[in-house]
Design a protein around this ligand. Structure first.
Ligand SMILES: C[S@@+](CC[C@H](N)C(=O)[O-])C[C@H]1O[C@@H](n2cnc3c(N)ncnc32)[C@H](O)[C@@H]1O
Length: 243
Protein backbone atom coordinates (compact mmCIF):
# COMPACT_ATOMS: atom_id res chain seq x y z
CA UNK A 1 0.00 0.00 0.00
CA UNK A 2 3.05 2.25 0.31
CA UNK A 3 4.48 3.24 -3.03
CA UNK A 4 6.83 6.02 -2.02
CA UNK A 5 10.41 6.36 -3.16
CA UNK A 6 13.28 5.78 -0.76
CA UNK A 7 13.87 8.76 1.49
CA UNK A 8 17.22 10.44 0.71
CA UNK A 9 15.92 13.96 1.45
CA UNK A 10 18.64 14.84 4.00
CA UNK A 11 21.37 12.62 2.52
CA UNK A 12 23.37 15.42 0.86
CA UNK A 13 24.92 18.22 2.94
CA UNK A 14 22.72 21.33 2.84
CA UNK A 15 24.44 24.71 2.67
CA UNK A 16 21.79 25.94 5.08
CA UNK A 17 19.24 23.65 6.73
CA UNK A 18 15.81 25.28 6.43
CA UNK A 19 12.79 24.52 8.67
CA UNK A 20 11.12 21.22 7.84
CA UNK A 21 7.96 21.39 5.72
CA UNK A 22 5.64 18.91 4.07
CA UNK A 23 6.54 19.98 0.55
CA UNK A 24 6.37 18.02 -2.71
CA UNK A 25 9.81 16.43 -2.23
CA UNK A 26 8.90 15.21 1.25
CA UNK A 27 5.49 13.95 0.07
CA UNK A 28 7.28 11.95 -2.63
CA UNK A 29 9.27 9.94 -0.07
CA UNK A 30 6.96 10.29 2.94
CA UNK A 31 5.81 6.69 3.39
CA UNK A 32 9.40 5.46 3.46
CA UNK A 33 10.51 8.38 5.67
CA UNK A 34 7.82 7.86 8.30
CA UNK A 35 8.17 4.08 8.39
CA UNK A 36 11.94 4.31 8.96
CA UNK A 37 11.67 7.28 11.38
CA UNK A 38 8.79 6.41 13.71
CA UNK A 39 9.22 3.33 15.89
CA UNK A 40 6.21 1.00 15.86
CA UNK A 41 4.59 3.00 13.05
CA UNK A 42 2.93 -0.06 11.50
CA UNK A 43 1.96 -1.46 14.88
CA UNK A 44 0.31 1.84 15.72
CA UNK A 45 -1.74 1.68 12.52
CA UNK A 46 -2.85 -1.88 13.29
CA UNK A 47 -3.71 -0.81 16.84
CA UNK A 48 -5.88 1.97 15.36
CA UNK A 49 -7.75 -0.48 13.15
CA UNK A 50 -8.22 -3.04 15.92
CA UNK A 51 -9.43 -0.49 18.45
CA UNK A 52 -11.78 1.28 16.08
CA UNK A 53 -13.23 -2.04 14.90
CA UNK A 54 -14.47 -2.44 18.48
CA UNK A 55 -15.55 1.13 19.17
CA UNK A 56 -17.15 2.45 16.00
CA UNK A 57 -20.82 2.22 15.07
CA UNK A 58 -22.35 1.72 11.65
CA UNK A 59 -22.27 4.90 9.54
CA UNK A 60 -19.91 6.72 11.91
CA UNK A 61 -17.84 9.59 10.56
CA UNK A 62 -14.10 9.10 11.19
CA UNK A 63 -11.53 11.84 10.73
CA UNK A 64 -7.81 11.44 10.12
CA UNK A 65 -6.34 14.86 10.91
CA UNK A 66 -2.99 15.41 9.21
CA UNK A 67 -3.65 12.31 7.11
CA UNK A 68 -0.55 12.76 4.90
CA UNK A 69 -0.68 10.04 2.21
CA UNK A 70 -3.92 8.49 3.55
CA UNK A 71 -2.62 5.10 4.72
CA UNK A 72 -4.71 4.94 7.91
CA UNK A 73 -7.88 5.78 5.98
CA UNK A 74 -7.07 3.07 3.48
CA UNK A 75 -6.49 0.50 6.26
CA UNK A 76 -9.71 1.48 8.05
CA UNK A 77 -11.71 1.42 4.83
CA UNK A 78 -10.40 -2.04 3.96
CA UNK A 79 -10.82 -3.59 7.40
CA UNK A 80 -14.16 -2.06 8.41
CA UNK A 81 -16.13 -2.28 5.15
CA UNK A 82 -19.26 -3.60 6.83
CA UNK A 83 -19.58 -0.51 9.04
CA UNK A 84 -20.20 1.81 6.06
CA UNK A 85 -18.07 4.51 7.63
CA UNK A 86 -17.64 8.00 6.24
CA UNK A 87 -13.86 8.49 6.23
CA UNK A 88 -12.52 12.03 6.02
CA UNK A 89 -8.84 12.91 5.74
CA UNK A 90 -7.71 16.51 6.22
CA UNK A 91 -4.24 17.82 5.49
CA UNK A 92 -2.84 21.30 4.88
CA UNK A 93 -0.20 20.15 2.39
CA UNK A 94 -1.36 20.10 -1.25
CA UNK A 95 1.25 17.47 -2.31
CA UNK A 96 0.16 15.18 0.56
CA UNK A 97 -3.51 15.61 -0.38
CA UNK A 98 -2.67 14.68 -3.96
CA UNK A 99 -0.75 11.56 -2.82
CA UNK A 100 -3.59 10.50 -0.50
CA UNK A 101 -6.22 10.91 -3.20
CA UNK A 102 -4.09 8.89 -5.65
CA UNK A 103 -3.60 6.12 -3.08
CA UNK A 104 -7.29 5.83 -2.20
CA UNK A 105 -8.26 5.90 -5.88
CA UNK A 106 -5.68 3.25 -6.75
CA UNK A 107 -7.14 0.96 -4.11
CA UNK A 108 -10.74 1.74 -5.07
CA UNK A 109 -11.78 3.10 -1.67
CA UNK A 110 -15.11 4.83 -2.29
CA UNK A 111 -16.24 5.95 1.18
CA UNK A 112 -13.22 8.18 1.82
CA UNK A 113 -12.62 11.81 0.93
CA UNK A 114 -9.49 13.90 1.32
CA UNK A 115 -9.69 17.66 1.75
CA UNK A 116 -6.94 20.24 1.80
CA UNK A 117 -7.61 22.11 5.03
CA UNK A 118 -5.96 23.65 8.07
CA UNK A 119 -7.38 21.56 10.91
CA UNK A 120 -7.26 24.54 13.26
CA UNK A 121 -9.54 26.55 10.97
CA UNK A 122 -12.31 24.26 9.72
CA UNK A 123 -15.41 22.95 11.55
CA UNK A 124 -15.79 19.19 11.99
CA UNK A 125 -18.90 17.08 11.44
CA UNK A 126 -20.31 15.08 14.36
CA UNK A 127 -18.12 11.97 14.45
CA UNK A 128 -17.41 8.64 16.14
CA UNK A 129 -13.62 8.83 16.12
CA UNK A 130 -10.73 11.11 15.33
CA UNK A 131 -7.27 9.81 14.51
CA UNK A 132 -4.47 12.36 14.75
CA UNK A 133 -1.08 10.75 14.31
CA UNK A 134 2.16 12.78 14.62
CA UNK A 135 0.39 16.02 13.66
CA UNK A 136 -0.55 17.91 16.85
CA UNK A 137 3.20 18.14 17.54
CA UNK A 138 3.58 20.46 14.53
CA UNK A 139 1.01 23.00 15.74
CA UNK A 140 2.00 25.98 17.88
CA UNK A 141 1.56 24.88 21.50
CA UNK A 142 -1.13 27.52 22.11
CA UNK A 143 -3.21 26.16 19.19
CA UNK A 144 -3.40 22.64 20.64
CA UNK A 145 -6.00 23.05 23.38
CA UNK A 146 -8.54 24.85 21.13
CA UNK A 147 -8.15 22.06 18.55
CA UNK A 148 -8.54 19.31 21.17
CA UNK A 149 -11.66 21.10 22.47
CA UNK A 150 -13.09 21.24 18.95
CA UNK A 151 -12.41 17.52 18.52
CA UNK A 152 -14.06 16.76 21.86
CA UNK A 153 -17.15 18.80 20.93
CA UNK A 154 -17.45 16.99 17.58
CA UNK A 155 -17.27 13.47 19.03
CA UNK A 156 -20.43 11.65 20.05
CA UNK A 157 -20.59 10.38 23.65
CA UNK A 158 -18.33 7.30 23.76
CA UNK A 159 -16.42 8.58 20.74
CA UNK A 160 -12.63 8.46 20.84
CA UNK A 161 -9.53 10.37 19.88
CA UNK A 162 -6.46 8.31 19.02
CA UNK A 163 -3.49 10.61 19.31
CA UNK A 164 0.07 9.60 18.43
CA UNK A 165 2.80 12.10 19.22
CA UNK A 166 6.50 12.56 19.67
CA UNK A 167 7.02 13.17 23.38
CA UNK A 168 9.65 14.37 25.81
CA UNK A 169 10.51 12.38 28.90
CA UNK A 170 8.73 13.16 32.14
CA UNK A 171 11.72 11.95 34.14
CA UNK A 172 14.34 14.66 34.58
CA UNK A 173 17.75 13.65 33.28
CA UNK A 174 16.63 10.87 30.94
CA UNK A 175 15.92 12.90 27.79
CA UNK A 176 19.42 12.55 26.31
CA UNK A 177 19.43 8.78 26.77
CA UNK A 178 16.02 8.43 25.12
CA UNK A 179 17.11 10.70 22.26
CA UNK A 180 20.25 8.60 21.77
CA UNK A 181 18.38 5.30 21.54
CA UNK A 182 16.02 6.95 19.05
CA UNK A 183 18.95 7.99 16.85
CA UNK A 184 20.24 4.41 17.12
CA UNK A 185 16.82 3.29 15.82
CA UNK A 186 17.20 5.60 12.83
CA UNK A 187 20.74 4.36 12.24
CA UNK A 188 19.52 0.75 12.28
CA UNK A 189 17.00 1.78 9.61
CA UNK A 190 19.72 3.01 7.28
CA UNK A 191 19.90 6.74 8.06
CA UNK A 192 23.41 8.21 8.13
CA UNK A 193 24.67 10.56 10.85
CA UNK A 194 24.39 13.43 8.36
CA UNK A 195 20.76 12.60 7.58
CA UNK A 196 19.92 12.32 11.28
CA UNK A 197 21.63 15.57 12.24
CA UNK A 198 20.24 17.64 9.32
CA UNK A 199 16.71 16.43 10.01
CA UNK A 200 17.09 17.18 13.72
CA UNK A 201 18.15 20.73 12.81
CA UNK A 202 15.27 21.13 10.34
CA UNK A 203 12.75 20.06 13.00
CA UNK A 204 14.03 22.43 15.69
CA UNK A 205 11.24 24.84 16.70
CA UNK A 206 8.97 23.16 14.13
CA UNK A 207 8.15 19.96 16.04
CA UNK A 208 7.57 20.77 19.71
CA UNK A 209 6.96 17.68 21.88
CA UNK A 210 5.18 17.74 25.24
CA UNK A 211 5.73 15.28 28.08
CA UNK A 212 3.14 12.51 28.58
CA UNK A 213 1.93 14.35 31.69
CA UNK A 214 1.48 17.64 29.81
CA UNK A 215 -0.29 15.83 26.95
CA UNK A 216 -2.64 13.99 29.29
CA UNK A 217 -3.46 17.22 31.16
CA UNK A 218 -4.25 18.96 27.86
CA UNK A 219 -6.62 16.13 26.87
CA UNK A 220 -8.38 16.35 30.23
CA UNK A 221 -8.61 20.13 30.00
CA UNK A 222 -10.27 19.69 26.59
CA UNK A 223 -12.96 17.63 28.32
CA UNK A 224 -11.92 14.01 27.77
CA UNK A 225 -12.68 11.45 30.46
CA UNK A 226 -10.54 8.31 30.46
CA UNK A 227 -7.12 8.88 28.88
CA UNK A 228 -4.71 5.99 28.49
CA UNK A 229 -1.26 5.71 26.94
CA UNK A 230 -1.61 2.58 24.82
CA UNK A 231 1.77 2.40 23.17
CA UNK A 232 5.20 3.87 23.81
CA UNK A 233 8.62 3.47 22.28
CA UNK A 234 11.20 5.96 23.55
CA UNK A 235 10.13 9.42 22.39
CA UNK A 236 6.87 8.32 20.71
CA UNK A 237 3.55 7.53 22.35
CA UNK A 238 -0.07 6.88 21.44
CA UNK A 239 -2.92 8.03 23.67
CA UNK A 240 -6.54 6.89 23.67
CA UNK A 241 -8.91 9.59 24.94
CA UNK A 242 -12.59 8.82 25.41
CA UNK A 243 -15.53 11.25 25.45
C1 LIG B 1 4.01 13.66 10.32
S1 LIG B 1 2.74 13.98 9.23
C2 LIG B 1 1.42 12.95 9.77
C3 LIG B 1 1.55 11.55 9.42
C4 LIG B 1 0.31 10.75 9.26
N1 LIG B 1 -0.73 11.09 10.18
C5 LIG B 1 0.72 9.32 9.42
O1 LIG B 1 0.41 8.72 10.44
O2 LIG B 1 1.40 8.82 8.52
C6 LIG B 1 2.02 15.51 9.69
C7 LIG B 1 0.99 15.96 8.69
O3 LIG B 1 0.23 16.99 9.28
C8 LIG B 1 -0.04 17.96 8.30
N2 LIG B 1 -0.33 19.21 9.00
C9 LIG B 1 0.49 19.95 9.78
N3 LIG B 1 -0.17 21.03 10.26
C10 LIG B 1 -1.44 20.95 9.77
C11 LIG B 1 -2.61 21.77 9.90
N4 LIG B 1 -2.59 22.88 10.65
N5 LIG B 1 -3.73 21.38 9.27
C12 LIG B 1 -3.75 20.26 8.51
N6 LIG B 1 -2.68 19.45 8.35
C13 LIG B 1 -1.54 19.80 8.97
C14 LIG B 1 1.20 18.00 7.44
O4 LIG B 1 0.94 18.54 6.17
C15 LIG B 1 1.59 16.53 7.42
O5 LIG B 1 1.08 15.85 6.29
Amino acid sequence: MDASKKDRYFAQPFERVTPFSFNAEVAEVFDDMVTRSVPLYRENQQLTVDLLSRLLKKNDVVYDLGCSTGTVLYLLGQALKTLDLQLIGLDASAPMVEKARMKLKAFGLKNAEIEKADITQVPFLPCGAVVMNYTLQFLPVEARLPLLKKIYESLRPGGVLLLAEKIQTDAPGLQDLVTDIYYDFKGHNGYSELEISQKREALENVLIPLTPTQQTELLREAGFGPVEMLLRWGPFATFLAVK
